[in-house]
Ligand binder design. Structure first.
Ligand SMILES: [Zn+2]
Length: 155
């Protein structure tokens, strides 16, 4: 049995659905793209990399909401076709064990720490960041592109 003290929070299904509808309506900030590399198109809803040839929607998502100094809006992929929201919320998603930075935020959405998992298990980094009492949540982001991947909350 896993005994993690965190919960993985994928993108809400409503947000993925809205992105699909907005893309279908032709909104210029919702691009339809075809995955043409194996590890370049992470779906923030099912938390897997797209297979080659899968259609993805690229749209802007505010992981940190407006009204805060760390307000941040950035490009996010979801599958163009409906996909299942990631369910193994007590397990770090296997596709994203490498290439992520973990950023800790307080309850005012201020970034208070960040750490790249250079070879160490992401669970150990999450554990360490969640040990700080002021940590409200941790965001996993792409090291290279900075894109928001998913949120991690305390159980
Ligand atoms: Zn997906």
């Amino acid at each position: 049995m896993k005994s993690s003290n965190f919960r993985i929070v994928p993108l809400a299904t409503e947000i993925a659905e809205t992105a699909r509808q907005t893309a279908a309506s032709g909104a210029p900030d919702h691009a339809m793209v075809v995955a043409n590399s194996p590890n370049g198109f992470p779906c923030r809803h099912c938390l897997r990399y797209a297979q080659l040839g899968e259609h993805m929607i690229l749209f802007p998502y505010a992981a940190i909401p407006a009204g805060h100094p760390y307000f941040e809006i950035g490009p996010t992929f979801v599958h163009a076709e409906p996909c299942g929201r990631y369910r193994a919320t007590d397990e770090f998603p296997a596709d994203f064990r490498a290439g992520r930075v973990m950023r800790a935020y307080n309850s005012n959405y201020d970034m208070i720490d960040a750490e790249v998992g250079n070879g160490s298990a992401p669970e150990a980094i999450i554990e360490k960041l969640l040990q700080k009492p002021e940590t409200a949540f941790v965001d996993a982001r792409s090291v290279t592109h900075g894109c928001y991947t998913f949120r991690i909350q305390r159980l």
